[in-house]
Design a protein. Structure first.
Length: 308
């Protein structure tokens, strides 16, 4: 009799921690979806209780925060009346129960980092509120443009610059796919659009590469670079202030020609006497010939410069 009683007490002691620790446990039944229409952000969450029955209601809150680094530093209290854009719903699930919760927030035009927050009560009235999984103090769902605020960091369909596009249906960054670049841009309805563009000279880090250039034999004179023009002719014009590029670099410790920025001494493609007068003085004509820039400077010197 004593042995049976002892065994019963041991089993009860071993089982007790598991019985006490049993509690509701929520997981995502499927991933949440985000839809932006006009100035409304709608999020649908799908939850399942794989634990015990919930004896009290919890709440799920949608928090669209203005996009910035600050949106990631600490969350906002749930049920905070100073943030009317944050909306929440209370819910309660039995063991094995499933909930499909839709939250809709109305915000002004702009970019928003969208978060879902789950707590056991309103934190603005209960300082002892607890975060609950699967969203806790805030799960980031993505950055979205609201009210026609689609942006593209490379300015649009620029295959030679890697950019990130933030639209009403999400954010995407240009990337390479073999010899092509997948270029994202804003559609007319402020949604993401993409095009595959074949890069003649290859793709690297989300952008097409420019034509490879061999600067051997180029000439630097009067703070400008000249290609395919006889060195003797340039020397006759500028005298000692002329250096040849040897092995891709200039003698006298000069660096190789810069990568096409205003102020580099080269009238690059896209530069004019208006937007870059220091490189393209009045009288300079710049034409695009598939990576070549033909410059007629002062109508006296024919200079063929190549940009990279």
């Amino acid at each position: 009799m004593k042995k049976v009683l002892s065994l019963t007490l041991i089993l009860a002691f071993l089982v007790m921690p598991f019985v006490v620790s049993a509690a509701p446990s929520l997981v995502e039944y499927s991933s949440p979806t985000v839809t932006v229409t006009g100035n409304e952000i709608m999020v649908k969450a799908h939850l399942k209780n794989v634990g015990t029955e919930m004896t009290e209601s919890w709440l799920l809150e949608l928090q669209p925060r203005p996009s910035s680094l600050l949106s990631w530093i600490g969350g906002q209290e749930t049920c905070d009346s100073s943030h009317p854009e944050n909306v929440h719903k209370d819910f309660q699930l039995s063991s094995g129960g499933i909930a499909h919760i839709t939250l809709t927030s109305t915000v002004s035009d702009g970019l928003y980092d969208v978060f879902l927050v789950m707590t056991d009560s309103c934190c603005n009235t209960n300082p002892d509120c607890q975060a609950k999984e699967p969203y806790g103090w805030g799960e980031f769902l993505g950055t979205y443009a609201v009210g026609g605020a689609c942006t593209d960091t490379d300015g649009g369909e620029d295959y030679y610059v890697k950019g990130t596009t933030t639209a009403t249906d999400g954010t995407a960054t240009d990337y390479c796919s073999g010899h092509s670049v997948i270029e994202y841009y804003c559609g007319s309805d402020d949604t993401l659009r993409a095009v595959s563009y074949y890069c003649t000279y290859g793709c690297s880090d989300g952008a097409c590469m420019h034509r490879p250039i061999n600067w051997e034999g180029a000439v630097k004179a009067n703070d400008r670079f000249y290609c395919e023009i006889p060195y003797e002719y340039i020397e006759s014009l500028y005298g000692s202030d002329v250096q040849k590029i040897v092995g891709g670099t200039l003698s006298l410790d000069f660096n190789s020609p810069p990568n096409g920025v205003c102020g580099d001494g080269v009238c690059n493609y896209g530069e004019t006497s208006e937007n870059c007068p220091e490189d393209c003085p009045i009288g300079t004509i710049t034409l695009d010939f598939t990576g070549l820039t033909l410059s007629i400077i002062g109508l006296s010197i024919l200079a063929l410069t190549i940009f990279i």
